[in-house]
Design a protein around this ligand. Structure first.
Ligand code: ATP
Ligand code: MG
Length: 420
């Protein structure tokens, strides 16, 4: 044990569990890569103003959870708390939107940082895979993203997740609703902080989890009754397209998200086995974000799925991912000469695309065979002086327990044939 520990709210991904995280990232990005989304990577930190303006000063993410700091050079930076603002910033900076091919479809995978109260499923460093479709107002794009997330979760074997869907209206109808909601909230008996929230971002009050607040919210004006015709038609089309794809969802009129930039389509993926940290992913349309960060009007839609909570969801459902053993062949050399020869064979196997590993550290037969077992390899290749004198190695099938000599020169072909 070292004198140091992982910082509070963080944890390390360590074998053998870490392969699950790789598999989840792979499963989420697969459907995106298969649907015209290009890979984008942006820095882990940005100008703090990007998030302050993009995500919103009044959000918890910016007001409480951001790791903001000043550099030695005097720059005000923040570790990224989310991906959308960065991806849009990068797309605008590279003028991707000017190349006449809207929407620009991008996917990303990385680490995000929020100064939260750590608990199961809520960390200060976590990882997301996300997708953004920038520069088109088309309900089919909203539907595409929801369908692809559903496909990703299903491909992992998840079943007990639900898709919650809502429309938050646009710059025509939302202000009217906001006003009506504020009028209603002013008549309630709320604590000081909630009253302040009601003034800055009244929609967020609807999302308050406390029972005494929820009780008072009965009879609150609902956004659905204020949606303009364009928003209503748009939302109906999104619903129809998802329904036609056979993807089940629930209309959730109270669904709002913790970021200020959302408009129209808003959705969340929740898993019922996770307790209070039930959101495994979320997203929606953000038609005004580009202008908020100084760009042109670029109506866009996206989502981010949490990798950590997806792994927890898999565990909650008892899903065992079908992950092949990392190593196919494990070489065990007995003696110096055998060591040199087998090390060469391992290199040859690897160059032929066969996953191979070697018994290092000069162990005896027993210890080395233990390592071979632990590696999960299908075959062990064992050789000592006598085998080499005969120009063979012993190829042991670890599943069947059978062992037979194979000519040294034929080893790679023989292993390849048996693995096929
Ligand atoms: P929550 O309501 O649980 O705080 P959020 O609305 O802040 O979630 P988003 O910003 O939409 O979450 O991020 C998308 C996904 O990223 C979430 O659904 C969740 O799976 C994951 N996520 C967000 N914050 C954390 C965190 N602190 N630790 C682990 N995963 C997180
Ligand atoms: Mg949050």
């Amino acid at each position: 044990m070292s004198t140091f520990k992982a910082p509070k709210g963080t944890y390390d991904l360590i074998p053998p569990v870490s392969v699950k995280y790789l598999a989840v990232r792979e499963a989420i990005s697969g459907p995106l890569r298969n649907s015209g989304y290009g890979y984008i990577e942006t820095p882990g930190f940005e100008d703090v103003g990007l998030f302050a303006r993009g995500v919103g000063e009044s959000t918890d993410i910016v007001s409480k959870e951001m790791y903001a700091f000043e550099t030695k050079g005097g720059d005000q930076l923040a570790l990224r708390p989310e991906g959308t603002a960065s991806v849009l910033r990068a797309a605008l900076e590279a003028s991707l939107h000017k190349q006449g091919n809207l929407p620009v479809k991008l996917w990303y995978s990385g680490s995000y940082y929020r100064y939260e109260r750590p608990q199961k499923g809520r960390y200060r460093h976590f990882s997301q895979v996300g997708a953004e479709a920038i520069g088109a107002e088309d309900p089919a794009l909203d539907a595409e993203l929801i369908i692809l997330a559903d496909q990703a979760y299903r491909s992992l074997g998840l079943r007990n997740f639900r898709i919650l869907l809502n429309s938050l209206g646009d710059k025509e109808c939302r202000p009217v609703y906001r006003e009506a909601l504020q009028g209603f909230l002013r008549g309630l008996d709320l604590d000081a902080e909630t009253i302040r929230r009601a003034e800055i971002n009244p929609l967020r009050v609807l999302d308050d989890k406390r029972a005494d607040v929820q009780k008072q919210l009965v009879g609150a004006p609902m956004l659905r009754d204020y949606l303009c015709d364009a928003c209503k038609a748009y939302h109906e089309e999104v619903r129809a397209l998802i329904t036609a794809a056979g993807v089940a969802f629930e209309d959730d009129e109270k669904l709002v998200r913790g970021l200020d930039y959302y408009t129209r389509t808003t959705f969340e993926f929740v898993h019922d086995g996770l307790g209070s940290q039930s959101a495994v992913g979320g997203g929606g349309r953000y038609d005004g974000l580009s202008e908020m960060i100084g760009g042109p009007a670029l109506p866009s839609v996206g989502w981010a799925l949490g990798v950590d909570r997806t792994v927890l969801a898999l565990e909650a459902e008892g899903v065992e991912l079908d992950i092949p053993a990392a190593t196919s062949v494990f070489a065990v050399a007995l003696g110096e000469e055998a060591r040199r020869v087998l090390f060469g064979k391992v290199t040859e196997l690897r160059r032929a695309g066969i996953a191979a590993d070697f018994s290092y550290g000069g162990k005896g037969l027993k210890g080395a065979m233990k390592d071979a077992n632990r590696s999960g390899a299908r075959f062990a290749v064992v050789a000592g002086e006598r085998d080499l004198a005969e120009g063979v190695v012993q190829l042991k099938d670890m599943e069947a327990g059978e062992q037979s000599p194979v000519a040294l020169a034929d080893l790679v072909d023989e292993v390849r044939a048996r693995l096929a």
